[in-house]
Design a protein around this ligand. Sequence first.
Ligand SMILES: CC(=O)SCCNC(=O)CCNC(=O)[C@H](O)C(C)(C)COP(=O)(O)OP(=O)(O)OC[C@H]1O[C@@H](n2cnc3c(N)ncnc32)[C@H](O)[C@@H]1OP(=O)(O)O
Ligand SMILES: CC(C)C(=O)C(=O)O
Ligand SMILES: [Mg+2]
Length: 510
Amino acid sequence: MMERKHLMVFDTTLRDGEQSPGCSMNLREKLEVARQLEKLNVDVIEAGFAIASPGDFEAVRAVAETIRNARVASLARAVPQDIDRAYEAVRAAEAPRIHTFIATSDIHIEYKLKSTREQVLERAVAMVKYAKSLLSDVQFSAEDATRSQPEYLYEIFEAVIQAGATVINVPDTVGYTTPDEYYQLIDGIRRNVPSIDKATIAVHCHNDLGMAVANTLAAVKAGATQLECTINGIGERAGNAAMEEIVMAINTRQDQFPAKTRIETTQLYPASRLVSQVTGMKVQRNKAVVGENAFAHESGIHQHGVLANKSTYEIMTPESVGVATNQLVLGKHSGRHAFEDRLKDLGYRLEKQSLDSVFEEFKVLADKKKVIYDRDLEALVQEKTMRMEEHYRLKQFVINCGNQMTATATVRLINGKGEMEEVSTGSGPIYASFGAIDKLVGMTFDLEDYSLQAITEGEDAQGEALVQIRKEDGRQYHGSGISTDVIEASIKAYLNAINRMISDVREEGA
Ligand SMILES: CC(=O)SCCNC(=O)CCNC(=O)[C@H](O)C(C)(C)COP(=O)(O)OP(=O)(O)OC[C@H]1O[C@@H](n2cnc3c(N)ncnc32)[C@H](O)[C@@H]1OP(=O)(O)O
Ligand SMILES: CC(C)C(=O)C(=O)O
Ligand SMILES: [Mg+2]
């Protein structure tokens, strides 16, 4: 039997994914996501854009120092100071990569770079050579490749490969191309770049017209072997190609794509939950592969078919992507072994200390809830392990409200100095409690987004509140909170966003 071609997965959740408005992650969250990417077995982790800020630099460096089973890359413009910074950040990695880019479309060259094709080519070659003098693995991206003149792309790719680039990337930066057109472009590059066999062809697709995954798959057919993507498809504007969709399409349609990735698919759903939790970006219910409805069958004819044989309406199994089908799991009489076992099934392997503390929280929750679902467990683990440094923590709150009166909230918080309490009124219990918190932290914020959803079924379901707040300087922070009480979940989410803001300010000042 012929050996199937290996496709490399290049994950850019921590770089392009983080470019989604409101999706910034702090160092601890980035490390947690990077560890999950390592469990997924991705080939390359793009950990950030080192020159963007001191926080980005530290995060890339921390990922490079921590991750051992994937290449770690940092993005860099085609300028020496970006390349130096990227090199400093990734050099501790087992397999470091500098990813440098410059735009090649006339629109970008003229209006943005105020340059010429010749100057861009010269700069690209010089910067690839410079990066290559620092380390061996250098990726070059022709930004806006799909709106660039193909002959110019052939020329610049040939020149950067001659200069030492190991990977040439053909980004559809603005999500403009179509599957047929992208196939032609990649095929043209394979045929017209003489040294192409010395480099890997990478593709990086955006979803502005909803075709990012389709375009990526068309490129696979044309011979691309590095696929760039993000978890849940988060990324600049409408996002990037979603890893879970690309990988499952390849796995499910081997007749179309006789190739393989190294991805441990059972880690896809845990990765999706983690990224949603740390970015505050909800996954739509009908999202392919990882959405809540991806394996739900509502209508009679479908249910009948699935009962007779799952393959009637399921083209992949929920288990294959890490969605547990055993919905009713544990209760208050369950012990530590069963608990740990269930977490392992869900893809979580915790250190003893974290396990003990999550188990304690589980028992508290089991006293409040008759049935603990897998989603409850995931929420507990993620809340516990991902909890920010808590500058302010909720001690207690009392709300007085009704449909014909102004709500009054008394909120008591704990911080490093002790306990503090404030009272505030508002048009409803949530606004009243947020007002009390503003008084306690001595700041006011615009509440830009607030949502609440039940994460499991039943009257005693836990609610997950997501908030996005904006500080006076325009910066946005998201927060999430989970509780069986929706007001408590909302207060926790608001405090989570404030704690994130405080950590961010301190990181910057450090
Ligand atoms: C398609 C993509 O996703 S590209 C990555 C996008 N991501 C980001 O931009 C996030 C991080 N960015 C940042 O923090 C900042 O933009 C920085 C630190 C990179 C640069 O900040 P500033 O120096 O203030 O420049 P600013 O962002 O305003 O403008 C970009 C400059 O880089 C130039 N530039 C843009 N891309 C490139 C490139 N690939 N190579 C060389 N120069 C470039 C622009 O022409 C402009 O130059 P100018 O200052 O001489 O006019
Ligand atoms: C930096 C490049 C690869 C990019 O993100 C894009 O062009 O979309
Ligand atoms: Mg991009």
